[in-house]
Each structure stands twice: as structure tokens, then as C-alpha cells.
Write a protein that binds this ligand. Sequence first.
Ligand SMILES: Cc1ncc(COP(=O)(O)O)c(C=O)c1O
Length: 380
Amino acid sequence: MWHDQFPLRPGLIHLNHAGISPWPRCAHDAVVGFAAQNLGQGSLGYPQWVQTETHLREALARLINAGSADDIALVKSTSEALSFVAYGYPWRPGDNVVHPRHEFPSNRIVWESLAHRGVEARAVDTRQAVDAEQALLEACDGDTRILAVSAVQYADGFRMDLPRLAEACRRRQILLCVDAIQQLGALPLDVRDIGVDFLAADGHKWLLGPEGLGVFYCRPELRERLELTQFGWHMVEDMGDFDGVDWRPAATARRFECGSPNMTAVHALAASVDLILEVGPDSISEYVSRNIKYLIEKTKEIDGAFLVTRTEPGRLAGIVTFGIHGVDAPCLYRRLMAAEVLCAQRAGGVRLSPHFYTPLDAMDEAMERVARLCRDCRAA
Ligand SMILES: Cc1ncc(COP(=O)(O)O)c(C=O)c1O
């Protein structure tokens, strides 16, 4: 039924939801409708736009099981949300933050940038570690204030054991900051059940939204501990009171939203997240898991293939990265893209990331192209 939502053109196989996802039809229609409104009547419907914005916060709160939509801020990117934490936290010189070494740059650079404040960013090689969580926790000490991890590593799809990290962080009074962009929309994530302190994710991957709009969750008890770094009309308690002289930050997470919202993206993401909630995070997760296992089996059929992705129980998400002995990964990647298999080149291999709606026969076809193009790369 929801296959109709993804009318990709024939022949094109989209296996890059860990990169930038295609929009579902509902997001496309929402933006077309929004554009038509702007063309024909300007902002006459502004109150409804604000309702859509409110609805999006509620839908995102439902998706991550936040206590309330008041705990959700709409942000322009994962990087922005992580910067709110990094530059809002009341660091003292000598403090440190621990993170996996091979994080996506958004979740590494922001911590490294704190060096001028006397904050050390400790990078831990979780790829080489037999027990990634233990390696991270061993790097923490009495001066560790934040443990920053991606729920799922972008390059090889390694899924962190968030409950285990959260439990250890709680015991040691370390805050857990999760970059959830590679998990939200693919696998369920319950911030309250796990005990996540901060969560950041843009909407353009598994959430099937456009670039430029994402979610920032801050555990309500911590909201006032983060010093604000952006200011404007939209983040104050009395948002409509333009003539007021006094102001204070909104009590809710709106305090992190300084100015006018990205309404075009709000319309698109609201439609996409509604679709995800309608299909159901648990069903989506089952399909994603089925698809990734299917692709892994298919990969094994290719001569010389090896997996970069770790397949131990509980570690798979929506990403499989593989290499082929004797085949140059950039060559294979370029040829796959030219053959309209959307993928990425990561961790020395080719990364494939199907979503819940990806048909099995599309994955069969993609892997046939992989096998053929490997032969071409070897011959080149
Ligand atoms: C783990 C991770 N974090 C963040 C991002 C993107 O960051 P932003 O939303 O700031 O563009 C990506 C994109 O590839 C990613 O894989």
C-alpha cells in the first residue's frame, strides 16, 4: 500500500537512506500544496501553518516517546543541535567529553572545537574494540561530563547499545548525548525508557524529510542547565508580545528556536513523520531488518566480497557496508551511481541502506549490477 508513496523512476534503485532519502509522495504533495498557497494567497493561512508546526513537534515527541511536545525543538540540522549542547553546557577547564573516533564529523568536530575552553575531546576507537561500549566507558573518568555517540555509526552501520551506555552514564553522572540521525525512522528509539539526555537528528535520512529541518530533544530537567547561544523573537516566553521590553526564554524547548521556522520543510517533514507513524516504527524496523539481512546474504554471493559491517546480534541497523577483494571501492561506487544504484562510499567500501519500502526485487537487481560492475572494475 505504501509502495505508492515512493514512485521512483523505473530502473533507479535507491539504497542510500543513510545519505539523503527520496521524499514520499505525501511530503511532495505537502510542499506542492504549501507552494500553491504561497502563490495564490500568501500567508493568509499562517495559523494553519503554525498548527502544522505544532503537529510536527507532537509527532516527533510521539516517535521518540518524549514526555511532551514541549521537550522538542525544531532545529536546522543535527550539527546545530549538537552545538547547542556543546556550547550550552557549563564546562569547567579540565572537563572532558568522550566519543567514538570514527563518528560523522558533526559529532566529532563540535567537541574538538571546545579545546579553547580547556575541554578535552577523547576519541575512542570503537571499530577495533571487541566491546565498543566497554571501550567508551573505560575512557570516561571523574572529569567526563558528556558521552556523545551516534545511535548507529554512519559508515558501517554499527548499532550502539544505548541502554547499556545510558545505565552506566546515569551511575557515573555523565550525560548521554545521542546523534540519532541514522536510527530515527528506521529503528524505534525511546528516549525516556533508555534515559537519553540529549538527542539530535536531521530529517533527511530515515525520517524521509527534506534537508534543513531536524529535531533536538533535551531532557526537561536539563533544559535550564544549557546556556542559550541563539536569541530572537521566537525563543521568548511571550512570543507574540513584540512591544514588550522585558523578556525571558520560553520555558519549553522553543527556547532553542531563535527565529522564524523553516515552514516549507515543516510541511514536508510533518507529512513524512506522519507516514512513519502510520506504518508504525515497529513494522518499519522489522522491514528494515529483513531488508538488511537480505542484502547481507546477497553480498555473500558475490565473488571476493567481505563485510565491513559487523553482524553480531543486536548490532545491525539499516546499513550494510562491504568491499570486494581486488576491486577498487571508488571504482565500484562510481559505476554503481552511473548505473543508477544510489549508494555511498564509506569505511573503505560501498554502503547500501534500504528502507522499509524497498522491494526485494530491487535489491536483487542492485546486487546483479554490483556483480557485473565488479567484473568491469577488475577488467579496467
Ligand atoms: C551520524 C550523522 N550525524 C549527522 C549527519 C548530518 O549532520 P547535519 O544534520 O548537521 O547535516 C550525518 C549525515 O550523514 C550523519 O551520518
